[in-house]
Design a binder for this molecule. Structure first.
Ligand code: MLT
Length: 407
């Protein structure tokens, strides 16, 4: 008899954004005359930058000629992209990253979901709350947690992000082996200072732990004092892996390209206490289970590093931040407190009531989709996340509808 991985029975029946999509589809089916505006999932709406379009066309033409056709590429990504990442993303910030520490992939969701599998089943986890659900759910699937009791899995150290700590969690008093951090944060939009990240690096060193640092939204940072990479912190190469994505900087949510930095300095230990290179383990896993991102997509990604590409992606992120500023101003004028939206494309609104009830209120009365905070964890209750990813017209319409319902 074929048996399932019993850990799956501990999960909620569906993934947060699938659950929301189902509710929205049911509403749309029942109310076809009422157009819905989606400010829920952080999916981009604006077309790819022109430099990416041009690169896709040119690379497609290369694939049409025997002399320039490409079959399997290197699993870790083409050298042209890995080198450009180092040269344009890390070197200017004084971060030492080598091209062969860059692993190109089809998304940060996959990378931050898959990376845990190179670590032991009984490691201790520290995971923020609220949190991008992938970090928790993939560890549940791997059997690293107990049952879910009142919205929390036994065996996880939750790092509470609340109004009291400015939504930046404190270092736990107990040791952890694998720590998930995300800044600018999804879902709260909070950012971490250099001093806050330095404290996490020191904690990881003291515990011989590893930080998985999700920097998928770093292109939205506008405050020059806020670090874009954890490698801006001294010593982070010894304890941190960083995830980056082209989804939110260049509109690649449907195009799929991301990369993960796994420094060669990073060590982990086996049951007998022998030291291993995490870089080598991840390389082994990546080459076994992944065959690389399509050549035209990697060409489109590297195109953002030209002067024109930099200007176009800056215009794109500025555009979404313009939406975010409007959302912040509108919810504040309705009397809600909120954070995010200044260095992040998400606005985290304290609604002071059941977050699914608020979600239903906006869907049913304003035909606007937000994300209920409770979907991101217990500390998300009483909040909703509003995404700035939509056209200006839709954002303005959504805000007018919300104001009409809530005023
Ligand atoms: C979100 O809405 O949280 C993001 O779109 C999730 C993701 O990037 O996978």
């Amino acid at each position: 008899m074929i048996r399932i991985n019993d850990n799956y029975t501990k999960l909620k029946t569906s993934y947060l954004f699938s659950d929301i999509a189902k509710r929205v589809s049911a509403y749309v089916a029942a109310n076809p005359a009422k157009p819905v505006i989606r400010l829920g999932i952080g999916d981009v709406t604006e077309p790819l930058p022109q430099v990416c379009i041009d690169a896709l066309h040119a690379a497609t033409d290369e694939m049409a000629q025997r002399a320039t056709f490409k079959g399997y590429g290197p699993e870790q990504g083409y050298a042209f992209l890995r080198e450009a990442v180092v040269q344009h993303e890390f070197a200017p910030r004084g971060c030492h990253v080598a091209p062969d520490e860059v692993f190109v992939s089809d998304g940060s969701k996959c990378d931050c979901g898959n990376l845990q599998e190179i670590f032991a089943d009984d490691i201790r986890l520290a995971i923020p709350d609220p949190v991008y659900p992938v970090y928790v759910d993939t560890n549940v699937m791997a059997g690293r947690t107990g049952a879910n009791i009142d919205g929390r899995y036994a065996g996880v150290t939750y790092l509470d992000s609340t109004p009291a700590n400015g939504y930046v969690p404190a270092i736990p008093s107990t040791p952890a082996d694998l720590i998930y951090l995300c800044f600018p944060n999804n879902p709260t939009g909070a950012v971490a200072t250099k001093a806050q990240l330095a404290a996490w690096v020191a904690y990881a060193k003291a515990n011989r732990a590893i930080i998985l640092f999700d920097a998928a939204y770093e292109a939205y940072i506008r405050d020059p004092a806020i670090p874009h990479s954890i490698y801006e912190i001294e010593g982070a190469r010894d304890v941190a892996i960083e995830f980056r994505s082209y989804s939110k900087i260049a509109g690649f949510t449907g195009t799929r390209c991301a990369y993960t930095i796994v420094p060669k300095a990073l060590k982990a230990w086996d049951a007998a206490g022998h030291e291993h290179s995490v870089h080598d383990l991840w390389n082994r896993r990546h080459t076994t289970k992944f065959n690389g991102v399509a050549y035209p997509i990697q060409r489109a990604a590297v195109a953002i590093y030209s002067d024109e590409g930099k200007a176009q992606t800056r215009a794109l992120t500025d555009f979404y931040l313009g939406n975010a500023a409007r959302i912040r101003a509108a919810v504040t004028s309705l009397g809600f407190s909120c954070i995010g939206g200044d260095n992040a494309p998400y606005i985290w609104v304290k609604v002071g009531r059941d977050s699914w009830e608020f979600f239903d209120l906006l869907l049913n009365n304003a035909q606007v989709v937000c994300t209920p905070g409770a979907g991101f964890g217990r500390c998300g209750e009483g909040h909703v996340r509003i995404s700035a990813f939509n056209s200006r017209d839709n954002v303005e319409q959504a805000l007018a509808r919300i104001a009409a319902v809530l005023q």
